[in-house]
Design a binder for this molecule. Sequence first.
Ligand SMILES: Nc1ncnc2c1ncn2[C@@H]1O[C@H](COP(=O)(O)OP(=O)(O)O)[C@@H](O)[C@H]1O
Ligand SMILES: [Mg+2]
Length: 363
Amino acid sequence: MDLKDLAAKFQLEGTVIDVKALGEGFINDTYTITTGEGAPNYILQRKNKRVFSPIPAMMENIQIVTSHIKKKVIAAGGDPLREVLTVVPATDGKLYFKDEDDEYWAVCILIEDTITYDAAETPELSYAGGKGIGKFQSMVSDLDAQLTDIIPGFHNIRYRFKQWDEVLAKDPVGRKAGLAEEIGWIESRKEEMLGFWELYENGSLPTRITHNDTKINNILFDKQGNVLCVIDLDTVLNSTALNDFGDAMRYYTNTGLEDDPNLDNVSMDMAIYKAFTKGYLEETISFLTDTEIEYLAFSAKYITYEQVLRFLMDYIDGDNYYKIKSPDHNLVRTKAQYKLLQSMEAQYEEMKKAVVETLAGLK
Ligand SMILES: Nc1ncnc2c1ncn2[C@@H]1O[C@H](COP(=O)(O)OP(=O)(O)O)[C@@H](O)[C@H]1O
Ligand SMILES: [Mg+2]
């Protein structure tokens, strides 16, 4: 279907002048819709149904979250078209349009004059990232909504261990025998990791609305460098706030690559960690519970451990989940993430101290 015809399926203001590929993002195909003078421009996306499903429920989740934030932005005298995503419905009122190939499309208002960053390479940017994620969590901290779980088992280590045991029992490509040491990395930390997840299961850690894709390129900043809003809300879920914190720290603090073949490159950057923690806590201190705060530093280890497990499990399973660029790619990833985990473990006391000291500075 022609992109302009697709655009015409949505309730747009103004006349469509042009639709062109934006060429950013990894999951969805993103286009910008340019309209005539006086009307907003828009973002058109083909939503990736191979990664998230069902898309209609996912769009419903996004709508629940954005309308809640919008109300708060308006109440605070902010700009509801810039400080939160605005989903634009299709002409039939649905939040998506399904084309003749059963592909799903969605539209939101393009927020103009923003700055985005590809990576949080400096403490300043890491601090800004912490503010962005913290602000998002703060906006939804009073939203009591049951969202559709579009990625079941996400960050649920009990579920991962079930998959892990099944894959190990099957050993479909005979790789297990050569991996005693790596399997030991997982097994030796099992209790500790399950213990953390139990706190979530038994309600000691509250269920909140979380973003689950905390990369800094999902945060829009204004020209002055202030956080406007968090975008890419496809993965909003009910889970623990610590999943966002932990995943951000796994991603932001790594001095090397996720699949770095040179393990000397990989470590956890404490300055990046501290800066993110400061930005995050400034926004979330008013509502996080003592237990959440107590486990912040742990959550970075938890999410990194989970990733070690998932890469190793996929390697043993014969590489069915992650795309690989070489036969041992998943093993390289396993080792690189394990190196990061070890670096976090070595600096764990300091990570906890950083949380306490940041809090003291905020009071
Ligand atoms: N509402 C918006 N306003 C301005 N830019 C946007 C908007 N939505 C997306 N973008 C831009 O498009 C890119 C890709 O969109 P995103 O929703 O993050 O897709 P993906 O899931 O593929 O990462 C973003 O990184 C951002 O640069
Ligand atoms: Mg994105």
